[in-house]
Design a protein around this ligand. Structure first.
Ligand code: NAD
Length: 269
């Protein structure tokens, strides 16, 4: 018998959440949803610069939460991150990877002008980091665990200005599928949420983002996307309700990705 209330209950579970920069971050909405369902949160933030901000946010949540600096480009940081998680929480159930970075100039120049350095830095932080964090989290993860990452339609389609970040998202989505093969035997799922344009710090760096977001709002069957919508999907993907779902890229974009011709809505219905 499926008891949906039981399956949605995360009391006694622990989530490592990567990618909170401020209260607009998708990772923050996800942390609030997981915490609301009873999970404890081990937050990571990119640098000392945002440590106070993330610590203040974490303090406002219920449950037992910790905050540590972890730059995913720094192997020592990713190694050190999981030691206190093991000590404080004695294991891990969920890993939320909500991280991306590309040098700002890559969004504003032709894709063919991407340098090797820009390419490797973007792929390293935005895609490879999922492999490294999975490897380091795995010894702590309990059966029934779930890993969730965030992607965008530019990993599947050609989208103006998104450039090398689209390449990183394509790699990220394949990493999800490939890891799902190996994690299945351990009873751990891994999935990606393909999120529609959402007003956040990272989004502000994308050339033409405001136009993209407006176009999406006008054309997607369900209109624009919010961080809270993504949080609902993440909660589902961490809960027992999705116990048989892995290796998927789940679109949380109001239906934008299914459109054949993206004309503004006519409201004829
Ligand atoms: P955000 O700026 O709030 O989050 C991005 C996070 O990445 C920040 O917390 C930043 O500190 C972190 N980060 C960057 N480099 C890092 C590093 N070296 N080490 C550790 N952390 C690092 O923006 P967001 O929109 O919440 O982005 C979260 C995820 O959602 C990203 O993967 C992004 O590509 C994805 N996404 C966002 C949108 C959107 O429209 N906002 C749409 C689809 C997918």
């Amino acid at each position: 018998m499926l008891d949906s209330r039981d399956l949605l209950q995360l009391t006694g579970k622990t989530a490592a959440v990567f990618g909170v920069a401020n209260e607009r971050s998708i990772a923050w909405a996800i942390a609030k949803a997981l915490s609301g369902a009873g999970a404890n949160i081990a937050f990571s933030c990119e640098s000392e610069r945002v440590l106070d901000k993330v610590t203040a946010l974490a303090k406002g949540l219920g449950g037992t939460n910790t905050v540590q600096v972890c730059d995913v480009a720094n192997e020592q940081h990713t190694h050190e991150f999981f030691k206190p998680v093991e000590k404080n929480f004695r294991g891990l159930d969920f890993l939320i990877h909500s991280i991306a970075f590309a040098p700002r100039e890559t969004f504003g120049k032709p894709f063919y002008q991407t340098t090797k350095e820009e390419f490797f830095q973007t792929l390293n932080i935005s895609a490879y980091s999922l492999i490294e964090l999975t490897r380091k989290a795995l010894p702590l993860m309990r059966e029934g665990g779930s890993i969730v990452t965030l992607t965008y339609l530019a990993g599947e389609r050609a989208i103006h200005n998104y450039n090398v970040m689209g390449t990183a998202k394509a790699a990220l989505e394949q990493i999800v599928r490939q890891l799902s093969l190996e994690l299945g035997d351990k009873g751990i799922r891994i999935n990606a949420i393909s999120q529609g344009p959402t007003q956040t710090l990272a989004a502000r760096g994308i050339t033409g983002f405001v136009d993209m977001k407006e176009f999406h709002e006008k054309t997607a069957p369900l209109g624009g996307s919010s961080a809270e919508d993504a949080a609902g999907v993440a909660l589902f993907l961490c809960s027992g309700l999705s116990r048989h779902v892995t290796g998927e890229v789940l679109h949380n974009d109001g239906g934008f990705s299914i459109l054949g011709m993206q004309l503004p809505k006519t409201n004829k219905a």
